[in-house]
Design a protein around this ligand. Sequence first.
Ligand SMILES: Nc1ncnc2c1ncn2[C@@H]1O[C@H](COP(=O)(O)OP(=O)(O)OP(=O)(O)O)[C@@H](O)[C@H]1O
Ligand SMILES: [Mg+2]
Length: 443
Amino acid sequence: MSSRKVLVLDRVGALCSELRALELQDWDFLEVSSLDAARRALGSSEASVGLVVFDSVSSWGEREVEALISLHDIEWIAILGEGLLRTRAFPAGILRQFHDFHSMPIDRERLQFSLGHAYGKVRFCTRDSEVPHVSGRYGMTGSSPRMLQLYRQLEKVVTVDAPVLIGGESGSGKELVAHAIHQHSARGRGPFIAMNCGAIASSLIHSELFGYERGAFTGANQRKVGNIEAASGGVLFLDEIGDLPLDLQASFLRFLQEKVITRVGSTERVKVDVRVIAATHVDLARAVLEGKFRQDLYYRLNVLHLHVPPLRERKEDIPRLADAIFADNRHQKSSQVKGFSSEAIRAMVDHPWPGNVRELINRVQQAMIMSEHKLITAADLGLSVADAATAAPTLEELRSSIEREVIETSLRRHRNNVSETARQLGISRVTLYRMIDRLKIIL
Ligand SMILES: Nc1ncnc2c1ncn2[C@@H]1O[C@H](COP(=O)(O)OP(=O)(O)OP(=O)(O)O)[C@@H](O)[C@H]1O
Ligand SMILES: [Mg+2]
């Protein structure tokens, strides 16, 4: 068994040698003599338990100790100098923050038990955040009704070979869906070639797609296989297909119809077997109406249509997604960060996520590195606490809902007789009518 690390905060520096003399097996003691050194050590070591030695009343500032031990997700045990508890000046309240306390001289058996118990508690409480959460299918996280619908559609799409058009807002997971189709279809062993039509200069798209022969134009020093040919036997994924220039749409349509390409500078016709998956964040049907996209190409690409829902339409997936992102990135986080506060989760569920899952990933990654808390806060995620506050009902809302419940029950009991209901509730008829009106109760 590897040794379990214990941080010992002791200004005098006598405890560590005493502990080592006790020969407690499997425990590794790391000694520091200042609060600053303790903070640094906690940032870099994997200690699960900390001991703080209080040997005189003035040894540590109460507030500073409290700040230190609330910062990290480790359990703390206080070691008190002999007779210290009996002195009135010792701030005994601080012991509430500790897992346990011991008085000098140390009882070996009891300390061993106490350390083991504290260590076990830390492991138990942090276990969840270390296990990657798998909830979803096709390499995607999510079990909301919208995602279940997408999985059902994918089940059908992977069994056939027709072109697919994937719609959905930016960052919602269109490329992930394209990968899923590739991996789970008969073409899974073939290549997956992705090309973003919006990111390539329009003058280059043709040769990127179809390739060219040596000497086809100035600078063509050697033959280049185009993306269509490179995807042979697999999938060609065309992201932002709406950005394909109109003249190229005609050439691409010809390829889709004939399954044959001609490299630039060549007359040879090469037969290519690829499945085309295209994605767009713009409404292609509207682009057709506006004359920006060829209708015939639209129909060729849109044989099978999938829509990836925006994150705000599958809010129930957000906590799971955030946990999965946390688990994926746990190797590059600030050491004390152990998970999300409930306030952070509420703020995430409430945020509208214009950048969808990609925005969620960015915010969580940033918070995992920059947070100075054990549990990531809404502010760490750059989300306003006001966002979080709107999720919880206000006192006024709670009061209204209780009043509505009580009045409706009483009205039912008295068959909507307002006089009897008012009498039972101990209010006047006028007050009851006002409340019925304010609470929008239907008689
Ligand atoms: N359901 C999901 N589960 C897990 N990760 C997801 C999910 N959806 C999206 N992601 C992740 O979110 C990020 C953005 O996804 P992706 O690139 O597929 O989005 P996109 O719709 O293609 O975005 P864009 O329109 O900007 O190209 C990726 O890192 C992807 O792995
Ligand atoms: Mg994309």
